[in-house]
Ligand binder design. Structure first.
Ligand SMILES: NC(=O)c1ccc[n+]([C@@H]2O[C@H](COP(=O)([O-])OP(=O)(O)OC[C@H]3O[C@@H](n4cnc5c(N)ncnc54)[C@H](OP(=O)(O)O)[C@@H]3O)[C@@H](O)[C@H]2O)c1
Length: 244
């Protein structure tokens, strides 16, 4: 491939999405980064201003297949076919299962798992045409080591790992790799309402005694999306400072 890579990052205004977008823009001077945004976009707009012509806003509601089609058409028209998809957008809505509403269950499944299906399906068309592509799905440590109160989120993220392994087998002969990362806690993106004492306690439990910096997760995503990561597919990488 001599073309610039065209990268779509969903949830690009969020903590990890923004850090990942910035990492690509800083470390691959040729790439075009499409910043998937829904409601909040202040940080994404700052990247557009800092990297004119290389960072572009891309309105995207990840649970809506028509929105994916519109996003892929925008990318094709503004730059060319998509080559890298980072399924990063997601959220958690914790509750004990006994008290979890059906809306809490299905909302989290929709955004964290069904949206990954929609995104992968939309991205496969241009990638298969190019016979090259990279898909990186942001799962979570909660998929591997599921805490109480996250049945919905843990199930969704575990589903992402299964989808990743299965899709990697389907696309292996097409030059398209599919991998997942499973971050533990990320600095600057901790669950709302955590007290200082709770934060200190979880850091004490973590052998590295700290949480991940967003750019440390972004660096792994960047590698998985690189041309060099050509034999790595179907993997799910745990990034947790040896917590588990
Ligand atoms: N934070 C952590 O410690 C941690 C640990 C492990 C895994 N993760 C995973 O890492 C990813 C990023 O997390 P983060 O901490 O950076 O979260 P964040 O700061 O809350 O950002 C999440 C982003 O996802 C977007 N989003 C959510 N639902 C969407 C939808 N239906 N359509 C389009 N965009 C949507 C949000 O957009 P709006 O502004 O429009 O709401 C926001 O930009 C998530 O998949 C999360 O599960 C996070």
């Amino acid at each position: 491939m001599s073309d610039p890579r065209r990268i779509l990052i969903t949830g690009a205004n969020g903590t990890l999405g923004h850090a990942t977008a910035q990492y690509f823009l800083q470390h691959d001077p040729d790439c075009h980064v499409f910043l998937g945004v829904r409601e909040s976009r202040v940080r994404a707009e700052a990247l557009v201003a800092a990297y004119p012509g290389r960072a572009l806003l891309c309105p995207l509601e990840i649970t809506d297949s028509a929105s994916w089609n519109a996003a892929l058409t925008q990318i094709e028209n503004q730059s060319g076919p998509l080559s890298v998809l980072i399924n990063n957008a997601g959220y958690h809505d914790d509750a004990l299962l006994a008290h979890m509403t059906q809306g809490q269950w299905s909302g989290v499944l929709d955004a964290n798992l069904n949206a990954v299906f929609l995104g992968c399906q939309a991205a496969l068309q241009p990638m298969m045409h190019q016979r090259w592509g990279r898909i990186v799905n942001i799962a979570s440590l909660s998929a591997l080591h599921s805490p109480a109160g996250q049945t919905n989120y843990a199930a969704a993220k575990a589903g992402v790992i299964g989808l990743t392994q299965s899709l990697a087998k389907e696309t292996a002969r097409m030059g398209i790799t599919v991998n997942a990362v499973c971050p533990g806690h990320i600095e600057g993106a901790l669950p709302a309402g955590w007290s200082d004492e709770q934060i200190k306690a979880v850091k004490r439990e973590t052998p590295m005694r700290r949480f991940a910096r967003p750019e440390e997760i972004a660096a792994v995503v960047f590698f998985l999306a690189s041309r060099e990561a050509s034999y790595m597919t179907g993997a799910s990488l745990k990034l947790d400072g040896a917590l588990v």
